[in-house]
Design a protein around this ligand. Structure first.
Ligand SMILES: [Zn+2]
Length: 185
């Protein structure tokens, strides 16, 4: 019999662990199941609620760990972010050092049409969707925008500057062209 009308609770540190109880006549021992966030305790019908609570309390740290593992799995599966904003800023600093020019400011935000841009007052804007791209593509966009701080157009001189710091830049640019829709949408 599932004790659904009461979701019981215990506190564990700053967290609350909720659990439901299923009592069964056939059962001789108690068992705790953690399925994602849900905790179900199966016990013999004779177990008192206070005893069940004690069992859950004694296993609280184990339950909490299981729930945490589940949350982490969700993060890995559903949030495709591979890199962090901090990583983007690190790469900006690194390429700025190589090219020998420093942006006045770097902003990272979601943009629909561009991977990056460089403004006249030397602000570099990077598309937050870059976090999902491979490192080569990220580095290419950053280098491209930093080179624009020196050369504002796409002249031969500009591409020579890009090539100087990334001889295989065409490969990375291709990746961005091919994957643009997939990443941005
Ligand atoms: Zn450009």
């Amino acid at each position: 019999m599932l004790d659904t009308n009461t979701v019981r609770k215990i506190s564990f540190g700053n967290s609350v662990i909720e659990y439901s109880v299923i009592k069964s006549k056939r059962r001789k021992t108690s068992q705790i199941m953690v399925d994602g966030e849900e905790v179900i305790v199966r016990t013999p019908v004779t177990k008192k609620n206070s005893e069940i609570k004690k069992i859950v309390e004694s296993k609280a740290s184990w339950i909490f760990k299981k729930q945490l593992e589940f949350k982490k799995r969700i993060d890995v599966n559903y949030i495709p972010k591979k890199y962090t904003k901090k990583f983007l800023l690190k790469q900006v600093n690194s390429y700025a050092g190589k090219v020998g020019i420093t942006p006045s400011k770097v902003t990272i935000k979601k943009m629909r049409t561009r991977w990056g841009s460089a403004s006249k007052d030397n602000v570099i804007n990077l598309n937050e969707h870059l976090l999902k791209a491979p490192k080569g593509a990220i580095d290419y966009v950053i280098l491209h925008e930093i080179c624009h701080l020196k050369i504002r157009n796409h002249s031969h001189r500009f591409w020579e500057l890009v090539r100087k710091f990334m001889p295989n830049y065409i490969e990375n640019r291709k990746w961005l062209e091919v994957n643009s829709t997939r990443i941005v949408e």
